[in-house]
Design a protein. Structure first.
Length: 483
């Protein structure tokens, strides 16, 4: 379990950033502000689209924002989503090709949302010129897209760059770009900024070369390397899509990531990237951008100072919960080589409620479930008991989900005879209410197989050794299936 990490010299902590921490992305939301339309390079895989709501990939946005609109949207999202932790600028062009508007936004957010982590994603061409400004504005996380360190490879990826008023092409363009990218990486690491490297895996172009890229960025002190699959569908209109450049297979991507992860060095390899839009809102993989259009934000009443207080409370609750979970996992960890023994038949049966939409995996948000699947788990295995329908979901959108919702007691009552709830995600208020009712929520097994994880949950519960003496939920289940 990943605990809260110490800050770097500019105050950056990977534990709050959903892209920099696989643990954080389960709990903290991010917001991308689309204020940077201009770009200073052309990539064969990129076709920036404005006013596009139907595609989910980098470089695509529904609305371009002015600096004032970006700040207003941030305050609105930060009030509506209290687990918002990060605000980033990633396009739809390159932020550092639009430095005036980008730093205007950062200055305003430093004043009105000082608790939010600021980040930026860049191709790196203009990066060395803006290191001081980034640090002055406490931008503690910067992502650089580095697809190669060999100009001959780069010439196959970048048809041109604009450098000091001139358009450079081919190998010359790639050589300048690579030099500037690596220089920017060196300068950021020296200043204590956490740097993530994005690399697009392009079969037949840089697939073999990315291992060397990984070695170089590791040696230079990059915090994380994110190897992403090329998206090259013809309908997107990019050069690779039009020319039939194939995308990598899942197996090719996984193999390359594994090779890079096995290389010496402290740089991690990211595996939870969702290749987000440049105007993404919310948790990774659960975009809520449609709730925060310019039209909707304009009529929202926002108390930004109260929102700061609420975000602090939510963040503290998450950190406390993660720390408690880490201590618990450490307390039940077995030394290597220990023989695993099943509990004796006299051990109580554990009743578990599961949130699932497909009956196979733990894939449902607690607030969105229409029914719970109930299982009894014992040393002899897991037995399905029944489906328990709910008349009303706890969440039905941002205005009917949260404090005081009348449906929460009904949901808790429906599983009152269960000791554990397994779900993909759960909010902070229902988490606390469930615990107070003697039910332990668990969202650590999202998307895992129900039947495969139930024995593990049972063993962990048994070793905890508390509920059989402190909660009625731990007693043996009667033959009728009712506790």
């Amino acid at each position: 379990m990943e605990l809260m990490s110490p800050s770097t010299t500019v105050g950056a902590s990977p534990s709050l950033h959903p892209c920099y921490s696989e643990q954080a992305h389960r709990h903290f939301a991010r917001l991308h502000l689309a204020v940077a339309p201009k770009c200073n390079i052309q990539c064969h895989y990129c076709n920036r689209k404005h006013d596009c709501a139907n595609e989910s990939r980098p470089g695509v946005v529904s609305e371009l924002l002015t600096p004032d609109q970006a700040v207003q949207k941030t305050l609105a999202v930060g009030a509506a989503i209290p687990h918002l932790a990060v605000v980033g600028i990633a396009g739809p062009g390159d932020p550092l090709a639009n430095p005036e508007v980008v730093f205007q936004v950062f200055r305003a957010l430093t004043e009105k949302a000082p608790d939010l982590t600021l980040c930026l994603s860049t191709n790196g061409l203009a990066l060395p010129d803006h290191i001081d400004e980034l640090c002055q504005h406490h931008v503690g996380h910067v992502t650089i897209t580095i697809n190669c360190i060999d100009p001959n490879v780069g010439a196959q990826i970048y048809p041109w760059i604009v450098w000091r008023g001139r358009r450079l092409r081919g190998r010359e363009a790639a050589e300048v770009l690579i030099t500037r990218q690596l220089q920017g990486l060196d300068l950021l690491v020296k200043r204590g900024v956490l740097v993530k490297i994005n690399s697009v895996l392009i079969p037949g172009v840089n697939d073999q070369h990315l291992v060397e890229v990984n070695r170089v960025v590791k040696a230079k002190g990059a915090f994380l390397h994110n190897i992403m699959p090329l998206i090259s569908r013809p309908e997107h209109g990019a050069y690779y899509g039009k020319t039939g450049q194939r995308e990598p297979t899942d197996a090719e991507l996984a193999a390359l990531r594994d090779i890079c992860a096995d290389e010496d060095g402290e740089t991690g390899v990211m595996k939870h990237c969702q290749q987000c839009r440049a105007d993404a809102v919310g948790l990774l993989g659960q975009d809520r951008g449609a709730e925060f259009t310019l039209e909707k934000v304009a009529v929202m009443h926002v108390d930004w100072q109260a929102a700061i207080v609420k975000r602090a409370a939510v963040r503290a609750a998450v950190e406390q919960r993660l720390a408690m979970q880490a201590r618990f996992l450490q307390s039940v960890a077995r030394p290597s080589g220990t023989v695993r023994h099943l509990p004796t038949p006299t051990t109580p049966t554990l009743r578990v409620a599961v949130g699932s939409t497909d009956g196979q995996t733990i894939n449902a948000h607690f607030g969105h479930v229409h029914e719970f699947l109930i299982y009894d788990v014992s040393p002899h295995g897991a037995q399905w008991v029944e489906r328990r329908p709910l008349n009303n979901r706890y969440c039905n959108g941002p205005t009917t989900c949260g404090d005081g919702n009348a449906t929460l007691p009904d949901a808790i009552q429906a599983i009152q005879d269960c000791a554990v709830l397994l779900c993909a995600r759960i909010g902070f208020e229902p988490w606390r209410s469930l615990q107070e009712a003697g039910i332990q929520p668990n969202s650590e097994h999202a998307l895992e197989s129900i039947t495969e994880i139930l024995p593990t949950v049972y063993e962990t519960w048994r070793k905890r050794g508390q509920r059989d003496t402190t909660s009625a939920h731990a007693r043996s289940i009667a033959p009728s299936g009712l506790a």
